[in-house]
Design a protein around this ligand. Sequence first.
Ligand SMILES: [Zn+2]
Length: 161
Amino acid sequence: MGKIDLQLKADLSNVTDFIVGDEHYHWNFRFECTSCHEKSENLATISTEDSSQISGSRGEANLVMRCKFCNREGAASIVSKPKAYTAENSGRYATILTIECRGMEPVEIGPTPGWVAKSTESKQTFEVDPSEGEWYDYDDEASVEVSITDVESQFVRSKEK
Ligand SMILES: [Zn+2]
């Protein structure tokens, strides 16, 4: 069993606290089986709202899925609250979510609409869809352009045990 961090990198202009709009956000991930290393054909949805029984154990996980190739069962659970990506992180990777995995690991993130960000220049908040890798808007209160560009993500082995 291991922990994987989802890290985000983006260039934030006049905004901060870039985060999914819901604590129980439904993430779309592609998983790779850790025994046969095949990637799942479809994206799987994982949320802290969901729970499934792990076969042959009393445990539960947010997502339990069987590998279509080797038939081994894998399980994954989100073990952290979504963390906001702040203006201070701009341009470098920061961990925004931690996932505990058994038998499978997330390797790719699918479209993720429904994010929010706050203006650094006024009290305005914005709804953001970073799926295209960039987002532009205008802060009426402060009369400045706001943007989030060069959005990239990666999964890394968590340093946290
Ligand atoms: Zn497999």
